[in-house]
Design a protein around this ligand. Structure first.
Ligand SMILES: [Mg+2]
Length: 235
């Protein structure tokens, strides 16, 4: 029984990409191959900066995920090549994107045991952005699906998204903790609405997540999801 003076956590929100399984590492590898493919049209640095600007512009149109990323790669190739990009090269770019969707899912170390243990003590909600079909495929491949109370694929992770989601699930933000690798998507918006947050950094930070100010330190930082259960036990 939770003492009245202490508000305990009841619901744990988990991010998916780069929190439960590898993702950004695969994007980085594909971008490396993409820059090599376009090397005869432009320098790697230029390709990288044009692609990033295109992605940033396209996010609000196409949303997050591989499909929008593929379109950004094609647009960038047209721009970098001065419209000289060939059909065969565009085909290779599409295949690069497809390889991201089709590659086998790899869980981060200790994730299965950690989520299994969490699900015994808390209601666990998977909250992820990205392409709906791709995320559903990854969840099925992860072997974790049965452990989640709810799975929520959202188009954006901002304070409004989290507030509406918790209202719909009838969860008090004070009893909710969000866990993930992105300060921008998983940590700051949840603190904004009165929830708690645990940052578990991934080995690579997506370029569009760079430069997010760590405005406050009212969140915990863990090296591994495996340490989460013990931390929550002290709250
Ligand atoms: Mg993530």
């Amino acid at each position: 029984v939770t003492p009245l003076h202490r508000v305990g956590i009841e619901v744990v929100g988990l991010d998916a990409d780069d929190t439960l399984w590898h993702s950004e590492r695969d994007f980085a590898e594909v971008q490396h191959r993409y820059r090599a493919l376009l090397a005869h049209y432009g320098a790697p640095d230029l390709i990288e900066s044009v692609l990033l600007a295109t992605e940033r512009r396209n996010l609000i149109v196409f949303g997050y995920g591989v499909k929008g990323f593929m379109l950004s790669m094609i647009e960038t190739a047209i721009e970098i090549s001065g419209q000289r990009i060939t059909g065969a090269e565009i085909h290779q770019i599409v295949e690069l994107g497809r390889s991201l969707i089709e590659r086998p899912l790899e869980l981060l170390p200790g994730v299965h045991a950690a989520v299994e243990a969490l699900s015994a003590d808390y209601r666990v909600v998977l909250i992820t952005k990205g392409d709906l079909i791709h995320q559903e495929t990854k969840i099925a491949a992860s072997g974790l699906g049965e452990l989640f109370w709810r799975v929520e694929v959202v188009s954006e992770k901002n304070p409004t998204t989290y507030r509406r989601l918790l209202e719909r699930l009838a969860v008090d933000p004070a009893r909710f903790v969000m866990v993930g690798n992105s300060l921008q998507s998983d940590i700051l918006p949840v603190l904004d609405i009165g929830g708690r947050a645990v940052h578990v950094p991934y080995e690579i930070t997506w370029a569009l997540d760079h430069g997010i100010a760590e405005a406050h330190h009212s969140y915990a930082v863990l090296e591994s999801l495996a340490d989460l259960q013990a931390l929550l036990g002290t709250w």
